[in-house]
Design a protein around this ligand. Structure first.
Ligand code: ACO
Length: 333
Protein backbone atom coordinates (compact mmCIF):
# COMPACT_ATOMS: atom_id res chain seq x y z
CA UNK A 1 0.00 0.00 0.00
CA UNK A 2 1.25 3.51 -0.83
CA UNK A 3 0.11 6.60 1.00
CA UNK A 4 -0.11 9.66 -1.20
CA UNK A 5 2.53 12.24 -0.39
CA UNK A 6 2.83 14.31 1.61
CA UNK A 7 3.12 11.83 4.48
CA UNK A 8 2.57 12.94 8.05
CA UNK A 9 5.00 11.63 10.67
CA UNK A 10 5.91 12.10 14.33
CA UNK A 11 8.82 14.52 14.48
CA UNK A 12 9.08 15.06 18.22
CA UNK A 13 7.61 13.77 21.47
CA UNK A 14 7.44 15.04 25.04
CA UNK A 15 5.85 13.69 28.20
CA UNK A 16 5.24 15.28 31.55
CA UNK A 17 4.28 13.13 34.54
CA UNK A 18 3.53 14.74 37.93
CA UNK A 19 5.90 13.85 40.76
CA UNK A 20 3.35 12.57 43.26
CA UNK A 21 2.64 8.84 43.17
CA UNK A 22 -0.64 7.46 44.52
CA UNK A 23 -0.18 3.77 45.23
CA UNK A 24 -2.75 1.04 45.74
CA UNK A 25 -1.71 1.05 49.40
CA UNK A 26 -2.60 4.76 49.59
CA UNK A 27 -6.03 3.97 48.09
CA UNK A 28 -6.58 1.24 50.69
CA UNK A 29 -6.49 4.03 53.27
CA UNK A 30 -9.01 6.13 51.29
CA UNK A 31 -11.77 3.67 50.30
CA UNK A 32 -12.72 0.05 50.96
CA UNK A 33 -10.45 -1.63 48.45
CA UNK A 34 -7.30 -3.74 48.33
CA UNK A 35 -4.07 -3.82 46.41
CA UNK A 36 -4.99 -7.36 45.37
CA UNK A 37 -8.40 -6.29 43.92
CA UNK A 38 -6.92 -3.37 41.99
CA UNK A 39 -3.99 -5.39 40.61
CA UNK A 40 -6.03 -8.40 39.54
CA UNK A 41 -9.03 -6.46 38.17
CA UNK A 42 -7.09 -3.69 36.41
CA UNK A 43 -3.31 -4.31 36.37
CA UNK A 44 -2.71 -0.97 38.09
CA UNK A 45 -0.21 -0.46 40.91
CA UNK A 46 0.25 3.30 41.09
CA UNK A 47 -0.78 6.46 39.25
CA UNK A 48 0.46 10.06 39.29
CA UNK A 49 -1.46 12.97 40.83
CA UNK A 50 -0.86 16.55 39.74
CA UNK A 51 0.02 19.23 42.28
CA UNK A 52 -3.02 21.24 43.41
CA UNK A 53 -1.60 24.44 41.90
CA UNK A 54 -1.08 22.84 38.47
CA UNK A 55 -3.93 22.96 35.97
CA UNK A 56 -4.25 20.81 32.86
CA UNK A 57 -2.67 23.54 30.72
CA UNK A 58 0.40 23.56 32.99
CA UNK A 59 0.87 19.81 32.47
CA UNK A 60 0.34 20.16 28.72
CA UNK A 61 2.72 23.12 28.45
CA UNK A 62 5.55 21.16 30.08
CA UNK A 63 5.03 18.21 27.73
CA UNK A 64 4.82 20.55 24.71
CA UNK A 65 8.08 22.31 25.58
CA UNK A 66 9.85 18.95 25.53
CA UNK A 67 8.20 17.90 22.25
CA UNK A 68 9.29 21.10 20.47
CA UNK A 69 12.89 20.62 21.64
CA UNK A 70 12.76 16.94 20.65
CA UNK A 71 11.49 17.89 17.18
CA UNK A 72 14.50 20.21 16.73
CA UNK A 73 12.32 23.14 15.72
CA UNK A 74 11.61 26.49 17.32
CA UNK A 75 8.32 27.71 18.77
CA UNK A 76 7.87 29.97 15.74
CA UNK A 77 7.68 26.86 13.54
CA UNK A 78 4.44 25.62 15.16
CA UNK A 79 1.45 26.58 13.03
CA UNK A 80 -1.49 24.78 14.66
CA UNK A 81 -2.24 23.64 18.23
CA UNK A 82 -4.83 20.98 19.13
CA UNK A 83 -5.46 19.76 22.67
CA UNK A 84 -7.44 16.63 23.58
CA UNK A 85 -8.70 16.71 27.15
CA UNK A 86 -11.79 16.10 29.29
CA UNK A 87 -10.35 18.15 32.14
CA UNK A 88 -9.95 21.52 30.45
CA UNK A 89 -8.79 24.33 32.72
CA UNK A 90 -12.19 25.98 32.10
CA UNK A 91 -14.94 25.50 29.50
CA UNK A 92 -13.45 28.52 27.80
CA UNK A 93 -10.94 29.89 27.00
CA UNK A 94 -9.81 26.60 25.57
CA UNK A 95 -6.85 24.79 27.06
CA UNK A 96 -5.21 25.00 23.62
CA UNK A 97 -5.38 28.83 23.74
CA UNK A 98 -3.96 28.80 27.25
CA UNK A 99 -1.06 26.56 26.22
CA UNK A 100 -0.44 28.71 23.15
CA UNK A 101 -0.07 31.73 25.45
CA UNK A 102 2.04 29.91 28.05
CA UNK A 103 4.42 28.69 25.37
CA UNK A 104 4.52 32.10 23.68
CA UNK A 105 3.57 30.68 20.28
CA UNK A 106 2.68 32.84 17.27
CA UNK A 107 -0.78 34.39 17.29
CA UNK A 108 -1.43 33.95 13.56
CA UNK A 109 -2.13 30.24 14.16
CA UNK A 110 -5.31 28.42 15.23
CA UNK A 111 -5.58 26.69 18.61
CA UNK A 112 -8.54 24.57 19.68
CA UNK A 113 -9.63 21.78 22.02
CA UNK A 114 -11.37 18.58 21.08
CA UNK A 115 -13.29 16.20 23.31
CA UNK A 116 -13.18 12.49 22.59
CA UNK A 117 -12.27 11.37 26.13
CA UNK A 118 -9.87 8.41 26.11
CA UNK A 119 -9.97 8.28 22.29
CA UNK A 120 -8.72 11.86 22.12
CA UNK A 121 -5.27 10.94 20.82
CA UNK A 122 -6.43 8.79 17.90
CA UNK A 123 -9.10 11.38 17.05
CA UNK A 124 -6.50 14.14 17.12
CA UNK A 125 -4.09 12.14 14.93
CA UNK A 126 -6.81 11.90 12.28
CA UNK A 127 -7.69 15.61 12.46
CA UNK A 128 -4.05 16.73 12.40
CA UNK A 129 -3.21 14.29 9.61
CA UNK A 130 -5.90 15.68 7.35
CA UNK A 131 -5.25 19.32 8.23
CA UNK A 132 -1.57 18.82 7.43
CA UNK A 133 -2.24 17.05 4.15
CA UNK A 134 -4.88 19.49 2.97
CA UNK A 135 -3.74 22.78 4.40
CA UNK A 136 -0.85 25.18 4.58
CA UNK A 137 0.31 23.82 7.92
CA UNK A 138 3.75 22.27 8.30
CA UNK A 139 4.20 21.53 12.01
CA UNK A 140 1.18 20.72 14.17
CA UNK A 141 1.49 20.50 17.95
CA UNK A 142 -0.96 17.93 19.32
CA UNK A 143 -1.24 17.73 23.09
CA UNK A 144 -3.07 15.40 25.44
CA UNK A 145 -3.26 16.60 29.02
CA UNK A 146 -5.44 15.35 31.84
CA UNK A 147 -5.90 16.24 35.49
CA UNK A 148 -8.44 13.49 36.06
CA UNK A 149 -7.82 13.69 39.81
CA UNK A 150 -9.88 16.91 39.65
CA UNK A 151 -13.03 15.10 38.40
CA UNK A 152 -12.71 11.81 40.31
CA UNK A 153 -15.10 11.08 43.17
CA UNK A 154 -12.61 10.07 45.84
CA UNK A 155 -15.39 8.30 47.76
CA UNK A 156 -16.34 6.01 44.85
CA UNK A 157 -14.08 2.95 44.93
CA UNK A 158 -15.35 1.72 41.57
CA UNK A 159 -13.77 4.67 39.75
CA UNK A 160 -11.24 6.45 42.01
CA UNK A 161 -8.73 3.61 41.82
CA UNK A 162 -8.60 3.75 38.03
CA UNK A 163 -7.43 7.19 36.96
CA UNK A 164 -4.21 9.19 36.95
CA UNK A 165 -2.86 12.53 35.70
CA UNK A 166 -0.29 13.22 32.99
CA UNK A 167 0.42 14.91 29.68
CA UNK A 168 2.03 14.12 26.34
CA UNK A 169 2.72 16.27 23.29
CA UNK A 170 3.75 15.35 19.77
CA UNK A 171 4.91 17.47 16.85
CA UNK A 172 3.46 16.11 13.60
CA UNK A 173 5.14 17.22 10.39
CA UNK A 174 4.63 16.51 6.73
CA UNK A 175 7.32 15.15 4.44
CA UNK A 176 7.54 13.95 0.85
CA UNK A 177 8.63 10.40 1.65
CA UNK A 178 5.82 7.95 0.77
CA UNK A 179 4.43 5.24 3.06
CA UNK A 180 5.75 6.61 6.36
CA UNK A 181 4.07 8.09 9.41
CA UNK A 182 0.28 7.83 9.65
CA UNK A 183 -0.84 5.15 7.18
CA UNK A 184 -4.48 5.00 8.15
CA UNK A 185 -7.03 5.79 10.78
CA UNK A 186 -10.51 4.56 11.66
CA UNK A 187 -12.79 6.33 14.09
CA UNK A 188 -16.25 5.58 15.50
CA UNK A 189 -18.77 7.01 17.95
CA UNK A 190 -22.06 6.03 19.60
CA UNK A 191 -23.66 8.88 21.50
CA UNK A 192 -26.72 6.81 22.37
CA UNK A 193 -24.76 5.05 25.12
CA UNK A 194 -22.95 8.10 26.42
CA UNK A 195 -24.61 8.01 29.86
CA UNK A 196 -22.67 4.87 30.77
CA UNK A 197 -19.52 6.99 31.16
CA UNK A 198 -20.18 10.62 31.90
CA UNK A 199 -19.67 13.74 33.97
CA UNK A 200 -23.29 14.55 34.77
CA UNK A 201 -23.33 18.23 35.77
CA UNK A 202 -21.75 21.57 35.03
CA UNK A 203 -22.95 21.96 31.45
CA UNK A 204 -26.03 23.65 30.00
CA UNK A 205 -28.13 20.51 30.56
CA UNK A 206 -27.48 20.45 34.28
CA UNK A 207 -25.80 23.68 35.41
CA UNK A 208 -23.85 23.84 38.65
CA UNK A 209 -26.00 24.25 41.75
CA UNK A 210 -25.64 23.52 45.46
CA UNK A 211 -27.46 20.28 44.77
CA UNK A 212 -25.16 19.12 41.96
CA UNK A 213 -22.16 19.83 44.14
CA UNK A 214 -23.71 18.03 47.12
CA UNK A 215 -24.51 15.01 44.91
CA UNK A 216 -20.99 14.98 43.48
CA UNK A 217 -22.40 15.32 39.97
CA UNK A 218 -19.27 17.17 38.88
CA UNK A 219 -17.38 13.90 39.17
CA UNK A 220 -16.99 11.16 36.60
CA UNK A 221 -19.39 8.20 36.78
CA UNK A 222 -19.01 4.91 34.92
CA UNK A 223 -20.95 1.67 34.54
CA UNK A 224 -17.62 -0.15 34.39
CA UNK A 225 -18.90 -3.60 33.55
CA UNK A 226 -20.94 -2.51 30.52
CA UNK A 227 -18.21 -0.14 29.35
CA UNK A 228 -15.72 -3.01 29.54
CA UNK A 229 -17.58 -5.19 27.04
CA UNK A 230 -18.22 -2.37 24.56
CA UNK A 231 -14.57 -1.29 24.80
CA UNK A 232 -13.29 -4.77 23.92
CA UNK A 233 -15.68 -5.15 20.98
CA UNK A 234 -15.19 -1.72 19.41
CA UNK A 235 -11.40 -1.60 19.85
CA UNK A 236 -11.00 -5.06 18.35
CA UNK A 237 -13.36 -4.38 15.45
CA UNK A 238 -11.72 -1.14 14.43
CA UNK A 239 -8.23 -2.70 14.59
CA UNK A 240 -9.30 -5.53 12.28
CA UNK A 241 -11.02 -3.09 9.88
CA UNK A 242 -8.01 -0.78 9.82
CA UNK A 243 -5.57 -3.59 9.05
CA UNK A 244 -7.82 -4.70 6.19
CA UNK A 245 -8.11 -1.15 4.90
CA UNK A 246 -4.33 -0.71 4.95
CA UNK A 247 -3.70 -4.17 3.50
CA UNK A 248 -1.57 -5.17 6.48
CA UNK A 249 -1.71 -8.54 8.26
CA UNK A 250 -1.69 -8.93 12.03
CA UNK A 251 1.70 -10.66 11.97
CA UNK A 252 3.27 -7.63 10.23
CA UNK A 253 2.49 -5.46 13.27
CA UNK A 254 5.56 -4.85 15.44
CA UNK A 255 3.83 -3.10 18.35
CA UNK A 256 0.29 -2.45 19.49
CA UNK A 257 -0.12 0.52 21.83
CA UNK A 258 -3.60 0.30 23.35
CA UNK A 259 -5.40 2.76 25.58
CA UNK A 260 -4.39 1.73 29.10
CA UNK A 261 -7.82 1.41 30.75
CA UNK A 262 -7.63 -2.10 32.10
CA UNK A 263 -5.15 -4.95 31.59
CA UNK A 264 -8.05 -7.37 31.12
CA UNK A 265 -9.38 -5.25 28.23
CA UNK A 266 -5.91 -5.40 26.63
CA UNK A 267 -5.81 -9.19 27.09
CA UNK A 268 -9.20 -9.58 25.43
CA UNK A 269 -8.34 -7.27 22.51
CA UNK A 270 -5.08 -9.18 21.92
CA UNK A 271 -7.03 -12.44 21.64
CA UNK A 272 -9.68 -10.92 19.36
CA UNK A 273 -7.23 -9.37 16.88
CA UNK A 274 -4.86 -12.36 17.08
CA UNK A 275 -1.75 -10.39 17.96
CA UNK A 276 0.32 -11.94 20.80
CA UNK A 277 0.25 -10.03 24.08
CA UNK A 278 4.06 -9.71 23.94
CA UNK A 279 3.60 -7.20 21.13
CA UNK A 280 1.39 -4.97 23.30
CA UNK A 281 3.12 -2.04 25.00
CA UNK A 282 1.83 -1.69 28.55
CA UNK A 283 2.64 0.78 31.32
CA UNK A 284 -0.73 0.72 33.08
CA UNK A 285 0.90 -0.45 36.33
CA UNK A 286 2.72 2.89 36.65
CA UNK A 287 0.20 5.34 35.20
CA UNK A 288 -3.34 4.08 35.69
CA UNK A 289 -5.83 5.34 33.11
CA UNK A 290 -4.69 8.79 31.97
CA UNK A 291 -7.48 9.01 29.35
CA UNK A 292 -6.29 10.62 26.07
CA UNK A 293 -2.69 10.69 27.37
CA UNK A 294 -2.28 6.97 27.85
CA UNK A 295 -1.31 6.02 24.28
CA UNK A 296 1.20 8.85 23.68
CA UNK A 297 2.77 8.44 27.14
CA UNK A 298 3.26 4.72 26.50
CA UNK A 299 4.49 5.34 22.94
CA UNK A 300 7.11 7.83 24.09
CA UNK A 301 8.32 5.45 26.79
CA UNK A 302 8.51 2.53 24.35
CA UNK A 303 10.41 4.63 21.82
CA UNK A 304 12.89 5.98 24.40
CA UNK A 305 13.54 2.38 25.50
CA UNK A 306 14.79 1.75 21.96
CA UNK A 307 12.03 -0.69 21.11
CA UNK A 308 10.45 1.17 18.17
CA UNK A 309 12.69 1.30 15.12
CA UNK A 310 12.32 3.00 11.72
CA UNK A 311 10.06 0.93 9.47
CA UNK A 312 8.14 -0.68 12.37
CA UNK A 313 4.38 -0.89 11.96
CA UNK A 314 2.74 0.40 15.14
CA UNK A 315 -0.99 0.02 15.76
CA UNK A 316 -2.79 2.31 18.23
CA UNK A 317 -6.30 1.71 19.52
CA UNK A 318 -8.51 3.47 22.04
CA UNK A 319 -11.98 3.60 23.52
CA UNK A 320 -13.53 6.32 25.65
CA UNK A 321 -16.47 8.36 26.80
CA UNK A 322 -18.96 9.50 24.22
CA UNK A 323 -18.71 6.64 23.34
CA UNK A 324 -15.80 7.13 20.99
CA UNK A 325 -13.24 4.69 19.67
CA UNK A 326 -10.62 4.42 16.99
CA UNK A 327 -7.39 2.96 15.67
CA UNK A 328 -4.37 4.45 13.93
CA UNK A 329 -1.66 2.64 11.97
CA UNK A 330 1.81 4.19 11.84
CA UNK A 331 4.97 3.21 9.99
CA UNK A 332 7.76 4.65 12.12
CA UNK A 333 10.00 7.08 10.26
N1 ACO B 1 -12.15 -2.47 45.35
C1 ACO B 1 -12.84 -3.56 45.75
N2 ACO B 1 -13.99 -3.94 45.20
C2 ACO B 1 -14.49 -3.18 44.22
C3 ACO B 1 -13.84 -2.02 43.75
C4 ACO B 1 -12.62 -1.67 44.36
N3 ACO B 1 -11.91 -0.59 43.99
N4 ACO B 1 -14.57 -1.49 42.77
C5 ACO B 1 -15.65 -2.27 42.60
N5 ACO B 1 -15.60 -3.29 43.48
C6 ACO B 1 -16.57 -4.38 43.66
C7 ACO B 1 -17.95 -4.02 43.18
O1 ACO B 1 -18.66 -3.33 44.19
C8 ACO B 1 -18.54 -5.40 42.92
O2 ACO B 1 -18.92 -5.95 44.14
P1 ACO B 1 -20.29 -6.83 44.25
O3 ACO B 1 -20.05 -8.00 43.32
O4 ACO B 1 -20.35 -7.17 45.69
O5 ACO B 1 -21.37 -5.91 43.77
C9 ACO B 1 -17.33 -6.19 42.40
O6 ACO B 1 -16.17 -5.48 42.83
C10 ACO B 1 -17.30 -6.34 40.91
O7 ACO B 1 -17.54 -5.07 40.30
P2 ACO B 1 -17.50 -4.89 38.74
O8 ACO B 1 -17.81 -3.46 38.41
O9 ACO B 1 -18.33 -5.95 38.10
O10 ACO B 1 -15.95 -5.16 38.47
P3 ACO B 1 -15.24 -5.36 37.10
O11 ACO B 1 -14.57 -6.66 37.10
O12 ACO B 1 -16.12 -5.02 35.93
O13 ACO B 1 -14.10 -4.25 37.17
C11 ACO B 1 -13.65 -2.07 36.25
C12 ACO B 1 -14.44 -2.89 37.26
C13 ACO B 1 -12.18 -2.18 36.60
C14 ACO B 1 -14.10 -0.64 36.32
C15 ACO B 1 -13.89 -2.64 34.83
O14 ACO B 1 -15.27 -2.81 34.62
C16 ACO B 1 -13.36 -1.75 33.72
O15 ACO B 1 -12.17 -1.61 33.53
N6 ACO B 1 -14.23 -1.17 32.88
C17 ACO B 1 -13.86 -0.43 31.68
C18 ACO B 1 -13.17 0.88 31.95
C19 ACO B 1 -12.92 1.59 30.63
O16 ACO B 1 -12.53 1.00 29.66
N7 ACO B 1 -13.22 2.84 30.57
C20 ACO B 1 -13.15 3.52 29.27
C21 ACO B 1 -12.21 4.59 29.25
S1 ACO B 1 -12.38 5.72 30.59
C22 ACO B 1 -12.74 7.27 29.88
O17 ACO B 1 -13.08 7.40 28.74
C23 ACO B 1 -12.66 8.47 30.81
Amino acid sequence: MRTPTPSVYIRGMGVYMPERRLTNADLERLVETSDEWIRTRTGMVERRIAAPEDSTSDLGTRAAEKAIVDAGISKEDIDLVIVATVTADQTFPSTACKIQAKLGLRTDIPAFDMIAACSGFVYMMQVANHMLRAGDYKNVLIITAEKLSSIVNWEDRSTCVLFGDGAAAFVLTKCNEPYVGILGNILGADGSQGDLLTLPAGGSMNPASYETVRNKEHCLTMAGNQVFKIAVRTMSECCVRLLEKCNVTADQIKWVIPHQANMRIVDAVARQIKVPLEKFCINIEKTGNTSACSIPICMEETYRAGKIQPGDLVLLTAFGGGFTWGATLIRWK
